[in-house]
Design a protein. Sequence first.
Length: 189
Amino acid sequence: MDHPYPSLSAAFERYAARFPRESDVVRFHEWLRGEARPFHRETQSGHFTGSAWLVSADGERVLLMHHRKLQRWLQLGGHADGDADLSGVALREAREESGLADLEVLPEIFDMDLHVIPARRDEPEHWHYDVRYVVIARASEVFTVNVESLALAWRPIAELATEPTADPSLRRMAAKWLATRQHTQPLLP
């Protein structure tokens, strides 16, 4: 049987080759292959989400949001709402949640994070299969706070990598970003 989402499946495989120690990639593959509607939030046991590691043009800072519902500082992102183009979802969410206009999404998956969302009102506890992409702010860094967040803030990535109170996935992404920038040609012109 052909895979229903061959480009995303191939992107998962490339990611797994780059980060072989991240074992949750197998669960992302299984979800993509086995769930009839993996991109729809109506799939109450879980669904794909797309997030943005939104970095400044110089690559030194990341824009984080103080999430209104979860009461934590996190990367920008949200539900796929039926869209299988998760890099497009990450870009859309970055624009909606920051008000920034001149953004560029890099094509390869930057990070993957499987996490449980607690039950809340009419939503049962469920899984977010969060696929994260680097999004670069190419011009103005003047953001606008929207209804989903209590605040937004540009944070130095080097500090975030070692901040003990930061979300573990934020520390992981900060460390990945710093390692990528040390060992390759700069991603940013």
